[in-house]
Design a protein around this ligand. Structure first.
Ligand code: AMP
Length: 568
């Protein structure tokens, strides 16, 4: 049995962990606009381009094929200013929304930072979205300009069948026209005098059913990105940072764009999709020191085997973090094997705008736990009651994870859905929709989405716990667990598993896996059924879609599939 805690010798770490800091200290690390106000583009780029970091590489862009392109803070400032001037020429300003539908190309970063610079809001769209989800979001967000590429335009935008009445212009950043206009545009553009409460990003997130929700974020969120960059990601001035998330999702904007730039570090951007060998090569050759990735990627690396990792060396790698879905203890331990350090899980969601709960560099890691609330974050486990909330004090009790409102990157609304927004707040707390428990040391443990939890013979079963134990079996690559209605016990646990290369999905293996989980979890919690699947349905951001496994199992409507990987 592996120990429950990975203890750290802080004195032996390659760099002393950043000290904890609150919001006020983080504000002190930002400049604020020269004339007053706060703007993300100023803090991330413009101020550095006017100071000692002007010639530092801000982004090292790895194209899918071809040579790496380094982009300095000065160039990023000039290129995003050119973009801002082009947008201004189209009538874009404060209050407008610019949609961005691009792969991970430099122009995406110029467009996002250019729009923020003008005081316009940015709404990123994942480039694998099909025509329908694109049109739905542009119409919901009343998008004025869409920034895309010629290929994406032909493949997606040209096929949109519904009118998009607010959309005034589509810019294809690789067209000859755009290139000429970009080159001719002025590389100087003042930063708009936005306040901390002005809208910066509009992030669409999917509910389990119905229309997507547009979470509204503000420029003041940069205080959180500054603080969490230090405390949760342990960024130091000389770091080379790689966040593998796509900027179509909140992680890819908050931590793939804003946070590293605010800290003036060098950030890696890879245009290509996941490839184990390529990723190890980038980690090695770029001498990445802080790496922020996701469980789905880690599981794919695990599938490729730790031997592949050992053919590379990562002497500068100091801190590895993960977000997006539960990080199984197996994956944390695998980090020790592959990189010589644990993978640090952290928790947040689109609505929180930034990391809230984390295993930080300064903390011992409890594999399987999301860590502790960051300084300034107040988190609790609560039970909903008819007349409000009950705060659960006893350690180990499951309940809904709630946060005390007021952190700087908190979403300020769901666009046009005030009632839905209001319902998130009860008795002075924001309710996250996640179930969790807190242990006696103050670490939080993820149990499941409130709507994924299984009730069997009176027991509440978190799918994550069962999945983690399934993952311990040598043959299992991925697992997804659902509750299947049962006349006797309410729900029975059913597991879907995909196998590692070299294993055959036969009855003997099914019994072996069942035996393993029963031994570890007991018959009440272990799955009654195990089905083999070649792959599990996942969102494009990598989360296993349990609700879809369940809908398919039960022959129910599949609901909103716009975020399904491989869908359209
Ligand atoms: P999204 O808004 O798409 O970023 O999804 C947020 C949701 O992902 C959270 O509410 C959790 O259900 C899940 N999630 C994010 N990070 C973690 C984590 N470290 N452990 C478990 N679940 C997570």
């Amino acid at each position: 049995m592996r120990p429950a805690v990975i203890h750290k010798d802080l004195a032996a770490l390659p760099a002393p962990p950043n000290p904890a800091m609150g919001w006020d200290e983080a504000r002190g690390l930002l400049d604020g606009l020269p004339g007053g106000g706060l703007n993300i583009a100023w803090e991330a780029v413009a101020r550095h381009a006017r100071g000692a970091l002007a010639d530092r590489v801000a982004i090292r862009w790895h194209p899918a094929a071809g040579d790496v392109r380094p982009i300095t803070y000065r160039e990023l400032d000039e290129s995003s200013s050119r973009f801002a001037n082009l947008l201004r020429g189209l009538g874009v300003g404060k209050g407008d929304v610019v949609f961005v539908l691009c792969g991970r190309v430099p122009e995406l970063y110029f467009a996002v930072l250019g729009a923020l610079r003008l005081g316009a809001a940015v709404s990123p769209l994942f480039s694998a979205f099909g025509p329908e989800p694109i049109a739905t979001r542009i119409n919901m967000g009343r998008g004025k300009v869409l920034v895309t590429t010629e290929a994406l335009y032909q493949k997606k935008v040209a096929k949109i069948a519904v009118p998009m009445p607010t959309l005034a212009k589509v810019l294809c950043v690789d067209s000859a026209d755009f290139r000429a206009a970009f080159a001719a545009a002025s590389p100087r553009c003042e930063v708009a005098a936005t306040t901390p409460e002005d809208t910066s990003f509009l992030h669409f997130t999917s509910g389990t059913t119905g229309m997507p929700k547009g979470a509204v974020h503000v420029h003041g969120a940069v205080v959180m990105h500054c603080a969490t960059g230090k405390v949760a990601l342990d960024l130091h001035p000389d770091d080379v940072f790689w966040c593998t998330a796509d900027p179509g999702w909140v992680t890819g904007t908050s931590y793939g764009i804003v946070t590293p730039l605010v800290h003036g570090v060098t950030s890696i951007v890879d245009e290509a999709d996941f490839d184990a060998e390529r990723w190890y090569r980038i980690l090695e050759e770029e001498r990445v020191s802080v790496w922020y990735t996701a469980p789905t990627a880690i599981r794919m690396l695990m599938k490729a085997g730790a031997e592949l990792a050992r053919t590379h060396a990562f002497p500068r790698l100091r801190f590895v973090a993960s977000v997006g879905e539960p990080l199984n203890p197996e994956a944390v331990w695998w980090g020790m094997e592959a990189f010589g350090m644990p993978i640090h899980d952290n928790w947040w969601q689109t609505e929180t705008g930034g990391i809230m709960i984390a295993n930080t560099a300064a903390m011992d890691v409890k594999p399987g736990s999301m860590g502790k609330p960051l300084p300034g974050v107040e988190a609790a486990i609560v039970h909903r009651k008819d007349d409000g909330l009950e705060i659960v004090a006893a350690p180990g009790t499951e309940g809904e994870l709630a946060l005390r409102p007021g952190w700087p990157s908190m979403f300020r609304g769901y666009l046009d859905q005030d009632e839905r927004y209001r319902k998130c707040f009860v008795g002075g707390w924001y309710l996250t929709g996640d179930l969790a428990r807190r242990d006696e040391d103050g670490y939080f443990w993820f149990v499941g989405r409130a709507d994924d939890v299984i009730k069997s013979a009176g027991h509440l079963i978190g799918p994550f716990e069962v999945e983690s134990v399934l993952m311990e079996h040598r043959a299992v690559a991925e697992a997804g667990v659902i509750g299947k209605p049962d006349p006797v016990v309410g729900e029975v646990v059913k597991a879907f598993v995909s196998l590692k290369a070299g294993f055959v999905p036969d009855e003997a293996l099914r019994m072996e896996i069942l035996g393993h989980v029963r031994k570890r979890l007991g018959a009440a919690i272990a799955p009654k059924e195990i089905a083999f699947a070649t792959t599990l349905p996942r969102t494009r951001s990598g989360k296993i879609m349990r609700r879809l496994l369940k809908a398919r199992e039960l022959g129910l409507p599949e609901g909103d599939l716009s975020t399904l990987e491989g869908g359209s």
